[in-house]
Design a protein around this ligand. Sequence first.
Ligand SMILES: [Fe+2]
Ligand SMILES: [Fe+2]
Length: 145
Amino acid sequence: MDLIKLLLVEHKVILRQLHYLEKLIKVTRSRKDVCCLREMTLLIADAVQRHSKTEDKFLFPDIGRYLHKDKSFIAMMEFEHGEILGIMPVLEGTENPKVIVKEIENFIKTLRTHFLKEENNYFPFARRQLGSNRLRILGNKAMKV
Ligand SMILES: [Fe+2]
Ligand SMILES: [Fe+2]
């Protein structure tokens, strides 16, 4: 499968999960509910981590060759991955319901913005530069991991 198509499918699945999470935040009242929200978010964050690793490992090195000396775009994407996944230690280390909800809301917002950036700028650039053959080879490699 084409690597970009694979990444876009993962975006779709994760976005559905975020949508569900958001609905759940609205009906969350008790401390116990907040705890469940936290566990769900950690599961989603785990999927996001795997997704980010696929981008780091299979897309960035290839695309880096076309960016020559200006690697700031990749650096920005990597920085954002770190920022998004920074939620994991924070959530694991707190019992405070207000902090948990605030962190989850921030996670949802940052992740959506990041996905939009990738879909509107980064992926079209990668598609133009790498072409379908190379993307298919990379996608097949990524699916074997
Ligand atoms: Fe990403
Ligand atoms: Fe992505």
